[in-house]
Write a protein that binds this ligand. Sequence first.
Ligand SMILES: *Cc1c(COP(=O)(O)O)cnc(C)c1O
Length: 354
Amino acid sequence: MSLTLTVDGDRWRTHLKEVAGEQPGLVPVAKGNGYGFGLARLARKAAWLGVDTMAVGTYDELPEVSSRFPGGLLVLTPWRPFGAALDVDDSLQTRLVHTVSRVEDLRALRERQPDARFVLELRTSMLRHGLTARDLREAADVLGPGHGGRRFRGIALHLPLASGSHLAEVHRLVDEVVGAGLAGSRTAIWVSHLTGDELARLRTSHADFEIRPRIGTQLWLGDRGALRVTATVLDVHAVERGDVFGYRGRSAPKSGHVVVVSGGTAHGIGLEAPTGDSSIKARAATIARGGLDAVGFVRSPFTIDGKQRLFAEPPHMQASMLFLPSGAHVPAVGDQVDVRVRYTATTFDRVVVT
Ligand SMILES: *Cc1c(COP(=O)(O)O)cnc(C)c1O
C-alpha cells in the first residue's frame, strides 16, 4: 500500500558512527523532510551520536527536534527581526544558536535578547546570505572589545556544492575575520560542503580555530547501499492496443499491462526528464523505432523486471499507472518494486529501520 523507505539499521548506524568519528566537531543537519527519514528520527540519531549541537533549517522546525535532541540547536536560516524567529518558545532560548547575516540584525537581536547566542554568517561565493568584509568590521564595532563574550559562537560559511577546492575562499574569508579583529582563541568556523580532505587541511592550516562541519547529505544519505525505496503493486490490468485507460482516456499504443503502483505526486513522485540524447535526430530515431516515449509516455522512477518503466499517464496523487509492454515479466498484486527517488524531496508513507 505504501511507498516505503527501508533502512538497513546496522549498516546505516555504522556509517553514521564512521562519519562522526572522522569529523570531530560534527554538526548534523536535519531540515526539510529530514532527508527522507523525518526530522524526529534524525534528532534521535544526533542524540545517539553524542554530538553537542545539531542544526535545523528553520525556526519552524525546532519543535520537532527539541524534545528529542538535548543539546544546542543551530538555526541555519538567518535571524530576522520578524516572523518565526520571534515566536520561539522561551524554554528553548538558552539552547539556540542563531545565524546572523546582517549588521542591522545583530543590533536588533542584541537589543531584544542580550544573552542570545549567535554565529556570524559571511557572504561566500554562494551569494545567499552573509556579511561582507566591511559589514564584518562594523559587526566587530557593534560587539565591542569583548566580541560579545561567549554569546559570539563563531563564523558560519555556506559554500557552494561545486567541486574544486573551496580552501582558497575559506582562507580569504578567515583572513577577513582576523582583519576585523573577531578571531579569538579557538574561534569556531562552521562550514558546509568541504570534502574530508579539505576539512583535514583546514584543521592543519587553521589549528588555532575550531572547525565545525555542518553535514546533512553525506551523513544521512552517504551510504546509499543501506537504503532501499519500494512501492507496492496495487493492481495489474492486461490491455490490448487501443484499450482506453486513465484520467485522460488515453489508449494503449500496443498490447501489454497497465500496472498500478503506490507512490504519486503527494510523495514527491514526478515525471522524470527524458534522459540521454534529446536532439531532434535522436527523437526522430525513437519515433522511427516506434518507441513508447514517442507517443508521449514519460519515464517513471519505478523499476519493473529490471527496467525503469514509463508512466502510462502522469502520476496521480498517491498512485501511479505504468505501462508494461508485453514480453516483460508481469508483477503480481502485492509485489514490491524498486523506486529511484530524490530523498530530500520525497515523503515516504513508512520508514522501516531493520
Ligand atoms: C542544508 C545545509 C547544510 C547541509 O547541506 P548538505 O548538502 O545536506 O550536507 C549545511 N549548511 C547550510 C547552511 C545548509 O542550508
